[in-house]
Design a protein around this ligand. Structure first.
Ligand code: UD1
Length: 336
């Protein structure tokens, strides 16, 4: 299949691009490098041993985007493009709503105009909001998001659902990611956060490499086995393979699918696993809870297994080793 990846130079998209090529598909990348690096595409090409068609365009710019559809017959779109920093979304909500929603509408219109009927969307477990029980299952209530970024994911799920309801030929897969970590085993591509990382694994890696002094563990008084927050960490290559399976899945209408491992680890579990896997001590301190955080979040991963015949294979040790391999080989990320 010829598959257009919006935001194709990003962390999850770059790994997906490689797995698509390995599975015999033809990816096409569109990205405006707002929050990603051109170098990521060069490295994907190096790892795939082939060049990947690529367009430097803002996905909101529908006219510019239409050129891609003139030049290629697209079979499916994976819509990764979007602003994704939780804290920034609180400070700049309008920019988040405008960019994330406009780009989605532009993609939907282009699908309709060009006869593309399949879209896979990067949603997030954040749409479950402050859920009352775990594991999180796709049919549980959504909403009650704790920040505008989360609300954009919630709203886009609704937009794509309405779009499919009104256009019966459209097939929509909403993938709800849990916590992506790790990197390609080569150490050539990985997560390259701008500024000080908000997420746990990049923070641990930057402490390990000496860029940051100490990890602050946000709260040790949660109702969890060791008091620290529990999450469902998933290796980015597993996540990438979930996208390949979603593209190949013969979906009718709309399907919502969690991509997680179904297993939760605490912040302290992650620190210990990283230390043991890599033989590096992580300096940490216990800090107050971070506003908006929940105690426990992990997936029920059975639907993905049933529908996509996909399940996460990488272990926690793989996640820690591959995250560190990327960080130590690229202490300043891409291009720096
Ligand atoms: C966050 C976002 C989620 C987004 C995801 C991207 C919220 C409520 N959720 O998830 O929408 O899709 O990132 O991966 O913002 N922690 C520390 N110290 C740190 C950083 C994190 O103790 O310096 C803890 C957190 O309190 C949490 C766990 O580590 O218990 C994971 O945090 P993080 O990596 O930021 O992910 P989430 O908050 O789960």
């Amino acid at each position: 299949m010829k598959i257009l990846l919006t935001g194709g130079a990003g962390y999850i998209a770059s790994h997906t691009c490689i797995e698509l090529v390995k599975s015999g598909h033809t990816p096409i990348i569109v990205d405006n490098f707002y929050n990603s690096q051109k170098e990521a595409i060069s490295r994907v090409e190096e790892l795939c041993g082939q060049s990947i068609p690529f367009y430097e365009i803002d996905v909101c710019d529908k006219e510019a985007m239409s050129v891609i559809f003139k030049e290629h017959t697209i079979d499916a779109i994976i819509h990764f493009a979007g602003y994704k920093a939780v804290g920034e979304s609180v400070a700049k909500p309008l920019a988040y709503y405008k960019n994330n929603i406009d780009s989605t509408i532009s993609v939907c219109e282009l699908m309709k105009e060009n006869g593309v009927t399949k879209i896979v969307f990067s949603s997030s477990a954040t749409v479950y909001g402050l859920a009352e029980k775990v594991p999180l299952k796709e049919d549980m209530p959504t909403g009650g998001c704790t920040n505008p970024y989360g609300w954009t994911k919630y709203m886009i799920e609704q937009i794509l659902t309405d779009f499919a309801n009104a256009n019966k030929e459209m097939n929509v897969v909403l993938l709800r990611y849990f916590n992506p970590v790790g990197a390609h085993e080569s150490g050539r591509i990985g997560e390259d956060p701008v500024g000080i990382p908000n997420n746990l694994m990049p923070y641990i890696c930057q402490v390990a490499v000496g860029k940051l002094k100490q990890l602050a563990i946000f709260g040790d008084d949660y109702p969890t086995p060791d008091g620290t927050g529990v999450r469902d960490y998933i290796h980015v290559v597993d996540l990438a393979l979930g996208h390949v399976a979603a593209c190949e899945f013969d979906c009718k209408g709309v399907e919502v699918i969690n991509l997680g491992t179904g297993v939760g680890y605490s912040v302290l579990d992650m620190v210990k696993a990283f230390e043991e896997a890599n033989g590096i001590k992580i300096n940490y301190t216990i800090a107050p809870r971070r506003p908006g955080d929940i105690a426990t979040c992990y997936s029920d991963a059975t639907k993905a297994k049933k529908l996509l015949h996909w399940e996460a294979k990488h272990t926690l040790v793989d996640m820690c080793k591959d995250s560190w391999n990327w960080q130590k080989n690229n202490p300043k990320g891409y291009n720096k």
